[in-house]
Ligand binder design. Structure first.
Ligand code: 5GP
Ligand code: MG
Length: 498
């Protein structure tokens, strides 16, 4: 996964992009980059300047002098999240910036293309030279090969040929262009700020609205599925950016897992508050739960696995109390916020020390209690298994693990960092006669008194409905119903590029 950001008509585009990416840090911690468009007085034209590097945004942009170099009026930025070998290479750090027959082009991508290998092969045969191994790179090459004159039409032409998930921010000479695939898999929002003196608009594009809040930018609307939005000098005066639309898809496929886990709860994505939906997930989980408090206990203790399930736990407690199952939220686990994904553990970095470095228990809260532990999802099962071992050290009476989403049974081809099917915990118990038996085996493996996943219907009841849409979400990781065909490596996904 990744986070993308763009700004147009700002006096401090690099700084704005830095703060935007800083808010979107949860969407990618491996690398970050900014490309700025600035007017060069000597050359009498727009030039692009960039800085990119491996690591967190604050690490990559730690020298303040960098911002003196990155001056201009527009910028795009990217936070990268990936897991495997090739993607660690510096050549894959986005935004990609290049010069082609129509001038400058820069691109930052969140999502995963599902036919990039096929297109790459065709392009390579035509003599195109690739610089990186990322799926994104086919887009600028396709645009460059287009016969259209205007960059936005060249981009349209390129995007007609790619399949899969893409939320894009691009710059073409002195224009900012944002685009979202027709299925609307990944979020992308438009923000605006009006200068009260000049009445000119500054425009902002971000994966999530939390990036607008840090800059006091107003959220205007989402970039629509299939929309290509063009922002230029004229739109700063008219306050009306222009749009083109890709041919519509039969259905929409907003990633439901963005609501379950990935997005920040203080963001609005797909037009709705993530916080509100996570509370709904907790509420519906409480309705489906069958745990009753032991005789003599005043209430159940509900603890979350911080931070991603905090909000669901709040929704759970509120609903539990409404339906006469007295419950109280407690912080039973404390998370060390300085442990990043790239945290280096010296010595024998066992799984145990990894989990212990990230979480610790509060014994007094857990001891001799009946605990409902809420987490948002189980992927490989490592976290849950190790956490339960850790919580047992506090000697609770019972641990009931509740998950605010259904079992993950299928890999994601559209950008989530889900491993191949083989690495998913559910796969280990695939031989089970039925779902009940499978969940019972997982319960034993994790080592809890009971295990409850939210049902698929419970999940669908928690998310907003979109009018006139028969199908609004991608639920493939839970159902195997893949909305977009995967032309590349038809079996298992090898590597998540973004
Ligand atoms: P597991 O150990 O089962 O693989 O990980 C599950 C935990 O990781 C849950 O607490 C969940 O919040 C978090 N999680 C869920 N999806 C992802 C993901 O795509 N990437 C990362 N890094 N963590 C995830
Ligand atoms: Mg978590």
């Amino acid at each position: 996964m990744c986070g993308v950001f763009g700004v147009y008509n700002s006096k401090t585009p690099a700084e704005d992009t830095f703060y935007g990416l800083y808010s979107l840090q949860h969407r990618g911690q491996e690398a970050a980059g900014i490309v700025v468009a600035g007017y060069d007085e000597d050359k009498k034209k727009t030039v692009y300047r960039q800085h990119k590097g491996m690591g967190l945004v604050a690490e990559v942009f730690k020298d303040e002098e960098l911002f003196d170099k990155l001056h201009g009026y527009a910028a795009i930025g990217h936070n990268r999240y990936s897991t495997t070998g090739a993607s660690k290479s510096a050549s894959n750090i986005q935004p990609f910036s290049l010069i082609y027959r129509s001038g400058n082009l820069a691109i930052a991508h969140n999502g995963n293309l599902t036919n990039s290998q096929v297109l790459r092969k065709e392009l390579t045969e035509k003599g195109v030279i690739f610089h990186a191994s990322s799926d994104t790179e086919v887009i600028p090459h396709l645009a460059a090969l287009s016969r259209e004159k205007e960059p936005v039409h060249q981009i349209y032409h390129a995007l007609r040929q790619v399949e899969g998930a893409f939320s894009l921010v691009m710059m073409a000479n002195d224009q900012l262009i944002a685009a979202r695939d027709p299925y609307g898999v990944r979020p992308l929002a438009l923000g605006m700020k009006i200068d009260p003196d000049t009445n000119e608009a500054s425009y902002y594009i971000a994966s999530e609205t939390c990036a607008f809040d840090i800059l006091s930018v107003d959220y205007v609307r989402d970039i629509e599925p299939g929309e290509i939005l063009l922002i230029d000098k004229i739109s700063t005066r008219t306050h009306k950016p222009k749009s083109l639309f890709l041919p519509p898809s039969k259905r929409k496929a907003r990633c439901i897992f963005e609501y379950v886990y990935f997005a920040r709860p203080d963001s609005t994505i797909f037009q709705h508050s993530v916080d509100k939906i996570r509370r709904n997930l907790g509420k519906n989980l409480a309705r489906e739960s069958t745990v009753q408090q032991n005789n003599g206990d005043k209430h159940l203790i509900v603890a979350s696995v911080p931070d991603s399930s905090n909000t669901a736990a709040l929704g759970f407690v509120r609903e539990s109390n409404k339906i006469n199952r007295p419950a109280r939220f407690e912080h039973g686990l404390i998370r060390n916020h300085y442990v990043g994904r790239t945290f280096i553990q010296p010595g024998k970095a066992s799984r145990e020390i990894k989990v212990r470095s990230k979480y610790n228990i509060i014994r007094g809260v857990l001891q001799n209690r009946q605990i409902i532990l809420i987490d948002d999802s189980i992927v490989r099962g490592t976290t849950a298994r190790m956490l339960i071992k850790l919580i047992r050290e506090a000697d609770p009476k019972e641990i009931h693990l509740h998950i605010s989403s259904p079992p993950i049974t299928n890999p994601c081809f559209y950008g989530m960092d889900f491993p191949t099917k083989g690495q998913l915990l559910t796969n280990m118990f695939d031989g089970a006669e039925n779902e009940q038996e499978e969940i019972e085996s997982i319960r034993k493996y994790i080592g809890v008194e009971s295990l409850k996943y939210l049902s698929l219907q419970g999940l669908l009841n928690s998310v907003p409905k979109f009018e006139n849409e028969t199908c609004s979400y991608c639920t493939a990781c839970f159902t195997g119903d893949y909305p977009i065909t995967v032309a590349d490596n038809k079996g298992e996904k090898e590597e998540c590029e973004c």
